[in-house]
Design a protein around this ligand. Structure first.
Ligand SMILES: Cc1cc2nc3c(=O)[nH]c(=O)nc-3n(C[C@H](O)[C@H](O)[C@H](O)COP(=O)(O)OP(=O)(O)OC[C@H]3O[C@@H](n4cnc5c(N)ncnc54)[C@H](O)[C@@H]3O)c2cc1C
Length: 308
């Protein structure tokens, strides 16, 4: 079983930042990532609010973070963590992967972020991957010249609509609330686009197709109860997020909502176990906040090890 100083679970902005700081501080560090390193950055067309790097593509930023973490010595392992155990041990905390591989470590940083919520309507599961998606940046190009629906009213839905507007023929943004919760600047840009229709107070009730692909969605106006069908070839859902913390269910780390709480040093209820980024029960979830938390957790992990 491989022994290290620090296991970072999740290689998004938070985890990769921890990797940069921890390896530069001389900790033997591994980052375990189940998908592509960079996390949700890979699903983001453009980052305009990361200081000093306005207009950077999410993918580019994620590549830079990853290269920097590897350059300073973090080892990146592809795999999904299925459990953690023996957390009270000072130097033999155990991290187990789905494939059975195990790692022993002095410290752990949890930075697994969130996963998209699913729409609980007929057709969602059936057409997932066959017309239903949660990532315009990944799948938008399949709908070039076609009509799509984007479900949601927050920043993710509106920012991704802006990106999709250059690719698809028409976008219906379906928001079940009377107003949008998104940033005003993005909304203003959307309102100027001729191929975007903003629909509020409306629920999507089913996704319809011919078994192989989608041809329409059924929606209902919550005020008038009027039902209608909108012809679309794709549905992109941005209706919120769940914490990616199922693998922690057997620990005492989780709050009731599945998120984690840490102190000002990024430490959880268990000494030597830290957390950062979107997995935290905090109101603002951005790349900058993830990077900040990743820094604090890594430096605190170093401090914890030095106190041994
Ligand atoms: C569409 C969209 C647009 C956005 N636009 C912006 C923006 O313009 N500016 C901005 O600042 N923020 C933006 N954000 C938010 C930003 O992307 C997140 O706040 C940030 O990525 C959080 O970083 P993180 O490392 O905490 O989590 P994530 O980026 O979610 O990374 C977590 C990583 O953990 C991995 N993981 C999960 N579970 C496991 C497991 N059991 N084992 C191994 N690996 C695991 C995941 O695969 C993932 O790679 C946007 C988000 C979205 C979805």
């Amino acid at each position: 079983m491989k022994k290290v100083d620090l296991v970072i679970i999740g290689g998004g902005p938070a985890g990769l930042t921890s990797g940069i700081y921890a390896s530069r501080a001389g900790l033997k560090t591994i980052i375990i990532e189940k998908g592509a390193p960079g996390g949700k950055l890979n699903n983001t067309h453009q980052i305009d609010n990361y200081p000093g790097l306005e207009g950077k593509h999410g993918y580019e930023l994620s590549m830079s973070f990853t290269e920097q973490a590897k350059k300073f010595g973090s080892e990146l392992i592809t795999g999904e963590v299925s459990s953690v155990s023996n957390l009270e041990s000072k130097d033999k905390k155990e991290v187990t992967l789905k494939n059975g591989d195990k790692f022993l470590t002095k410290t752990i940083i949890i930075s697994t972020g969130m996963t998209p919520k699913k729409l609980d309507i007929p057709g969602y599961n059936k057409y997932f991957g066959k017309g239903v998606s949660v990532c315009v940046v990944c799948d938008g190009a399949f709908y070039r010249g076609k009509d799509i629906a984007i479900i949601g009213g927050g920043n993710s839905a509106t920012e991704e609509s802006l990106f999709a507007a250059n690719i698809v023929n028409k976008i219906y943004i379906i928001n079940n609330f009377p107003t949008f919760k998104a940033e005003e600047t993005t909304l203003e840009k959307l309102k100027e686009l001729k191929n975007v229709e903003l629909i509020t107070n409306t629920d999507i009730v089913s996704i319809n197709g011919d078994e192989k692909s989608i041809n329409s969605i059924s929606v209902v106006d919550k005020k008038t109860n009027e039902k209608k069908e909108i012809n679309v070839s794709g549905v992109f859902s941005y209706i919120g997020w769940n914490p990616a913390s199922k693998f922690l269910e057997d620990t005492k780390l989780l709050e009731d909502d599945g998120f984690l709480i840490v102190n000002e040093k990024g430490e959880t209820k268990i000494p030597g176990v830290f957390a950062s980024g979107d997995i935290l029960d905090v109101p603002f979830k951005q790349v900058t906040t993830a990077v900040s938390g990743g820094t604090i957790s890594a430096l605190s992990a170093k401090e914890y090890i030095l106190k041994e």
